[in-house]
Design a protein around this ligand. Structure first.
Ligand code: PLP
Length: 387
């Protein structure tokens, strides 16, 4: 089976992790700050907080922004459930904004229309999570302008997007948002096995997230309510979690960061090759906004179902039978049973649902060979011809 995504682990990665295993620190040593520094320097952010997953990063990002019961968090329905669940963890209510049919990202026009309505009803969102689907950045300038006008804070869910650029600058520099979150799950652009990071330029948000990732406990006298009892002293000043990243993961992350640009370049080259090889087939290839240099985490095609006789499901099953590990990103979050119980219904976000009816993620990863890519194209071409 040609998988839809796959990590690349080289000897240098293995060596650096083994070195950590034989060192004094398996956790809370020098590697985590080194990884944070490497990512912060790369993307141009002031602060970086490594945690054990992007889901944890989203959670503490929402908490740091003050999201609470009675507040609203809005995001795109075409994302992994974690982008919405982080709001629920804080007791907030979640709502969705339909997607742009070209980029598949949260649509700024739909956002504005929804904000106008919400303002009348007195239920404006406190936080909007902008998800850079497949690695292609959202229209952040427009979303940021709406944030200024309507007073919401912005988290970029850049789980797909490290190493990509928006308007020529690295995603994560925080020009148009409060916090940006990366994921280092093995299918993502670089990996630490499990892992995530929150980037911010705001000292106070960084301090809050630093506390929250480690039990709400501090050894910093400036954050304590009174003078330390002695050199052993620490204080719990808030209710936090154990969301820390280990030294093993951070060492792997530092090692992977050295190849970030190569990975993203290779993903873009493969994606452009797919664009050419698939140009004549009854499907849409992923449209790219001129402001965007996508991390190309996913290559999603949209079947033109009115031009083929097979169903979406039949094409998908045909590819799996041919050993092509296709996938589908994502099932619209508002159609998940958990969200339906909260009152969402099929039909609420028509563009997202239309996207879901034709979308297939083709295999794409930096070590994919042209031969493997040709196998994918052949299986897809035959499948669509057989229709
Ligand atoms: C993978 C992913 C997450 C969660 O990342 P983890 O590191 O697995 O917690 C969040 N949002 C999106 C869009 C993702 O793809």
């Amino acid at each position: 089976m040609i998988p839809y995504g796959r990590q690349d682990i080289q000897q240098a990665d293995i060596d650096t992790v083994l070195e950590v295993l034989q060192s004094d620190f398996l956790t809370q040593g020098p590697k985590v700050p080194a990884f944070e520094q490497a990512v912060a320097d790369k993307v141009g952010a002031r602060h970086a907080l490594a945690v054990n997953s992007a889901t944890s990063a989203l959670h503490i990002a929402c908490l740091a922004l003050g999201l609470d019961k009675g507040d609203w968090l809005w995001t795109s329905p075409i994302t992994f459930v974690a982008s919405a669940n982080c709001g629920r963890y804080c007791g907030a209510q979640v709502d969705f904004v339909d997607i742009d049919p070209h980029t598949y990202n949260l649509c700024p026009k739909a956002l504005e229309a929804k904000l106008i309505q919400a303002e009348k009803e007195g239920r404006l969102p406190k936080v909007v999570v902008a998800v850079h689907l497949c690695g292609q950045p959202c229209d952040m300038e427009a979303i940021h302008a709406l944030g200024q006008r309507y007073g919401f804070r912005i988290i970029e869910d850049a789980a797909h997007a490290i190493g990509g650029k928006y308007q020529g600058e690295f995603i994560g520099n925080g020009r148009y948002s409060d916090i940006t979150v990366f994921s280092f799950h093995p299918v993502k652009i670089i990996t630490t096995a499990e892992g995530g990071m929150a980037m911010t330029n705001d000292d106070r948000l960084a301090e809050r997230m630093n506390l929250l990732r480690s039990h709400g406990v501090t050894r910093d006298p400036a954050l304590m309510t009174h003078e330390a009892d002695g050199p052993w002293y620490y204080q719990q000043v808030d209710l936090g979690f154990n969301y820390r990243m280990t030294e093993l993961q951070a060492a792997l992350g530092v090692s992977q960061m050295a190849r970030l640009d190569d990975y993203v370049a290779r993903r873009n080259a493969l994606a452009e090759r797919y664009d050419e090889l698939l140009a004549a087939l009854p499907l849409t290839t992923p449209w790219q906004h001129p402001d965007s240099y996508s991390g190309r985490h996913l290559y999603v095609i949209g079947l033109k179902l009115d031009q083929i006789r097979m169903t979406h499901r039949q094409v998908f099953e045909h590819l799996r039978e041919q050993g092509i590990g296709v996938n589908l990103h994502y099932i619209p979050v508002h159609t998940q049973p958990y969200y339906q119980q909260l009152g969402f219904q099929t039909g609420d976000f028509p563009e997202a649902e239309r996207y879901y009816q034709g979308a297939i993620s083709l295999p794409l990863y930096p070590t994919m060979t042209h031969d493997q890519q040709d196998q994918v194209v052949t299986a897809l071409t035959r499948g669509l011809e057989a229709a």
